[in-house]
Ligand binder design. Structure first.
Ligand code: BMA
Length: 371
């Protein structure tokens, strides 16, 4: 009898503590990823690229290809992917990448050692014909709990969760990744942006998203907060910050301070410093979550602009990664590719011992028993 009572007590305790949920287990894979990312600090920076294994300039879905690899001899250490369209039950994302291909390549990238990150530009739950960039209607307040379209929003998240849960190894373990929803909220180009929702509503949206995926759907991931560059102080940076309990990666997206015409590399450096300082204070990971130069018109951009923003001052060695946006075609690309005039500067940039492609990253994990 005593034994039964103890067993029942243990079971009750396990339920009360949420034990059994992967997100609460000591050795869960997202925690391992967090530990790996934290260990990078003071050592190097991972180089990342959006959609790198799926397509590049002049090719699409050719196994093993990568503009990064073909330019510099190694794959990115971090691979970005985009989920927009999954919420509508589509089989291809808004950039025409089939979700099956994405799943396979994300899994392959992870198994080769890369860090995986997902962005998400969902269509409006109020009107699925309106994409993330349609800013003619207030959406956020209607999809929060109690709102008219909350149930539709939950269905969107259910589909996201289903895809996330399907990112499994042969052993059936869900792979860890960074989820970076609702980015650039300080700008006014998305329906979740500053012109259509208040900081209070935004924080509720972010919190609901993370908590629903973690607690209801038991998805194992790290989350990233990524405003655009419209801040100059920590207070401004934190305007939309939803709370330390729902954020793991302290990030920033910044194209504006690198754009000819509005270029200000010192401002970019200063913003990264704000990010780094806040991550230090809170014990989180700092990251340069998105950047790049449209059509790479500055052939020394990597060493003279990106490099200067991250390597001058005390920021560089505290940022875990920098991710460049996608190389769609010759009218829309943000990194380099073979034979582009910026290719040799890119090689110089990644030859810096602090900039890590996949082999460097794997070597570091191996040397420090971080696997
Ligand atoms: C934007 C552009 C778009 C793309 C979107 C989502 O920055 O690259 O072409 O559809 O990201 O990936």
């Amino acid at each position: 009898m005593k034994k039964i009572i103890i067993t029942l007590l243990t079971v009750n305790l396990m339920i009360a503590c949420g034990a059994g949920k992967s997100s609460d287990t000591e050795n869960n894979s997202a925690k391992i990823l967090f530990k790996q990312l934290k260990a990078i600090k003071n050592n190097g920076i991972l180089f990342g690229h959006q959609d790198d294994l799926a397509y590049g300039i002049g090719w699409k879905y050719e196994e093993g290809r990568s503009d990064t690899y073909e330019t510099a001899g190694d794959y990115p250490a971090l691979l970005g992917w985009e989920l927009g369209g999954i919420e509508l039950g589509r089989t291809v994302n808004l950039d025409s990448v089939p979700f099956e291909t994405m799943r396979r390549l994300a899994l392959k990238g992870y198994q080769q050692g890369a860090v995986i990150t997902f962005s998400w530009h969902p269509y409006s739950p109020l009107d699925p014909t309106k994409n993330a960039w349609t800013t003619d209607t207030e959406v956020v307040k209607h999809i929060l709990p109690g709102g008219t379209h909350h149930d539709v929003f939950k269905k969107y998240l259910d589909r996201v969760a289903l895809f996330m849960a399907s990112l499994k190894t042969e052993k059936g373990d869900q792979i860890p990744f960074i989820f970076r929803p609702w980015h650039e909220m300080d700008g006014d180009w998305f329906w979740w942006g500053s012109s259509l929702c208040s900081p209070k509503e935004f924080k509720q949206l972010f919190r609901f998203t993370i908590e629903y995926l973690r607690n209801q759907k038991e998805i194992n991931f790290l989350s990233a907060y990524s405003p655009d560059n419209r801040f100059n102080t920590e207070d401004e940076y934190l305007t939309w910050y939803p709370g330390n309990d729902v954020v793991d990666i302290i990030g920033v997206d910044n194209y504006g301070d690198f754009r000819p015409g509005t270029e200000n590399i010192e401002a970019a450096r200063h913003k990264l410093e704000i990010v780094v300082n806040y991550a230090e204070k809170t014990g989180k990971v700092a990251a340069f979550t998105e950047t790049g130069l449209d059509k790479m018109t500055d052939y020394k951009w990597f060493t003279q602009k990106l490099g200067k923003s991250i390597f001058s001052g005390k920021t560089a060695d505290k940022i875990a990664y920098v991710m460049l946006w996608r190389n769609a075609d010759t009218t829309h690309f943000f990194s380099t590719y073979p034979h582009h005039p910026s290719a040799s500067d890119f090689k110089t940039f990644v030859s810096n011992e602090k900039v890590w492609l996949l082999k460097d990253w794997n070597q570091f994990k191996q040397n420090n028993n971080l696997n």
